[in-house]
Write a protein that binds this ligand. Structure first.
Ligand code: SF4
Length: 218
């Protein structure tokens, strides 16, 4: 077999492996969407997404360990001032958590902090510290935090810090980002089917609206 033929054969095998690799992502997105479509409750849907994500991310980190540098560490919270959007189910999931675990006084204070946050967000980058960020620089709703907070992976912490003022884009770890986006899309699409709501919502204004509605009904 000539060397050219050998190279061609290996190239074809590699192409086939690439196709199979891409199929992993497609299958994950489709199966997750199917699972979510069978569930009505927003909180149940979000719980399923978190569980499925844990499983697939563990498998990827075991069999395809990332070679990218990830600078993210506990108590580094520069990204917690970026404006974020999320599927409506996430809002319901977090609102339920707040209603169950926060006192009336704490909810009142949170609502004040939300209004302050919205007021502070100014063009062009709309950065303002998230009201869920504690004084210890830890997220107060870490287990319930939106997918967009989970998928954030930065190669350089100083870039994130700079970005608060400059609005620079932060490159993300591609595989993790791809998986999280598929999960996010599955939630958004399910929300469209089940609740006639086809778009993501702005995180803080949507939670605020949800909590204020609840307050009015009391
Ligand atoms: S929800 Fe938590 S992780 Fe997400 S931006 Fe707010 S403080 Fe940060």
């Amino acid at each position: 077999m000539s060397f050219k033929t050998q190279v061609e054969k290996v190239a074809q095998q590699m192409q086939q492996v690439g196709i199979e690799y891409d199929k992993l992502f497609d299958n994950f997105g489709i199966k997750l969407y199917e699972k979510l479509s069978m569930k009505k409750g927003s909180c149940e849907q979000v719980d399923i997404v978190h569980k499925e994500l844990d499983e697939i991310l563990d498998a990827f980190s075991l069999y395809f360990p990332s070679k990218s540098v990830i600078a993210c560490q506990a108590k580094c919270s520069s990204c917690c001032s970026f404006p974020i959007h999320c599927p409506p189910q996430t809002i319901e999931h977090i609102a339920k958590h707040i209603e169950t675990n926060y006192s009336k006084e704490e909810i009142k204070n949170l609502i004040v902090a939300f209004h302050k946050n919205i007021k502070e967000r100014k063009a062009p980058y709309f950065r303002a510290t998230c009201p869920f960020l504690g004084e210890d620089k830890c997220c107060k709703i870490y287990e319930q935090r939106p997918l967009v907070c989970r998928w954030f992976t930065s190669p350089d912490a100083s870039l994130c810090e700079r970005s608060i003022q400059s609005g620079e884009t932060i490159p993300q770890q591609q595989t993790q980002h791809r998986i999280y986006q598929l999960a996010n899309t599955a939630l958004v699409l399910t929300s469209k089917n089940k609740e006639n709501d086809n778009a993501q919502v702005e995180f803080i204004p949507a939670i605020l609206q949800r909590l204020e509605e609840e307050k009015c009904e009391e």
